[in-house]
Design a protein around this ligand. Structure first.
Ligand SMILES: [Zn+2]
Length: 313
């Protein structure tokens, strides 16, 4: 019989990709990553000690969306040593009128006020409403927000975004956009998902806008979100102002290593998109160095915040 504590530990381990037959496990430190683990090494590997060893900024979290009120996010974050969360509430359904997006941003501000040491917000808007969107940037930044999160109403490369992006460049803040990439194995499957909106931004849209605005900073959301992450990473190779966050529920073994090889160690952000366990686990399970893990978990995002003087330390 399995008790609850054992079950919860087991579930966390398997979500973090840590439960495999001992003979298949590889040590993830770079100096000996090809040696099969002995059962002693498996027994002595304390996954939670590893988890808690790294301070973390989660670059992709939603409040009042998947985990209910902010207390849901805090509970997960506490369990996994996530110190800071970049939160947003994008327009995932409905028309996205100014009344809608202001109310979503109000929810983010309420969460920030309640947990000022844990949450920093990204505002959302809908560029179909230009004047109201520009006004909303000012209102939200005046209230402590540090970036923009947009969804699928209009592609990120659309001229309607130009004045918005120019404003974000003035503020030295990042533009974080939902994304998809319907190629390859996962893309093939997703082609038949009619819920994907026609204006969803794809890698080519990010490349177009990042080329037009080399001084802008763009965050390609969730390479673990089910799209063709290899294609996306390859597309961004020559575009140093495109960052990717590693969030999402998909955690193929080689994702972090591949992304780092293509993009270098400064352009990956740890993020969960509320898929907390696997998002921490995929970084721990990668073969990147200790120093690179620290950059992914914390340093890289903190450096982006530093540009607007909003870094944590
Ligand atoms: Zn998201």
């Amino acid at each position: 019989m399995i008790n609850r504590r054992k079950f919860v530990t087991g579930a966390a381990l398997s979500a973090a990709g840590m439960v495999m037959p001992a003979g298949l496990l590889k040590v993830s430190s770079k100096d000996k990553h090809d040696e099969p683990l002995t059962s002693d090494a498996v027994a002595s590997y304390d996954v939670m000690k590893e988890v808690m060893k790294y301070r973390k900024i989660d670059a992709h979290i939603h409040v009042n969306l998947f985990d209910g009120p902010p207390e849901g996010n805090i509970a997960f974050a506490d369990r996994l040593g996530i110190n800071k969360m970049i939160i947003s509430r994008p327009i995932t359904s409905g028309e996205g009128t100014p009344v809608n997006f202001r109310s979503y941003n109000d929810l983010v501000m309420q969460a920030m006020k309640k947990y000022p040491d844990r949450f920093v917000g990204q505002l959302t808007l809908n560029v179909l409403y230009q004047k109201e969107s520009l006004e909303e940037i000012k209102r939200c930044v005046d209230n402590g927000m540090v970036g923009l999160k947009v969804y699928t109403q209009v592609k990120i490369s659309d001229p309607l975004f130009y004045p918005i992006i120019e404003k974000m460049i003035d503020l030295k803040m990042i533009v974080h956009c939902h994304s998809n990439c319907q190629l390859g194995v996962a893309g093939y499957r997703m082609k038949y998902d009619t819920k994907i909106k026609p204006n969803t931004s794809i890698p080519e849209d990010f490349v177009a806008i990042a080329t037009r605005y080399p001084e802008g900073m763009f965050q390609y959301a969730h390479i673990g979100g089910g799209g063709d992450w290899e294609y996306a990473c390859k597309s961004f190779k020559g575009h140093p102002n495109i960052y990717v966050d590693t969030s999402g529920s998909n955690n193929p073994e080689n994702m972090i290593d591949f992304a780092l090889k293509e993009l270098g160690e400064d352009r990956l952000f740890f993020g969960s998109d509320n898929c907390y366990y696997q998002s921490v686990g995929k970084i721990l399970a990668s073969n990147v160095t200790e120093a690179q893990k620290k950059k992914i978990f914390y340093g890289n995002y903190n450096n982006v915040l530093r540009k607007s003087g909003r870094n944590f330390d």
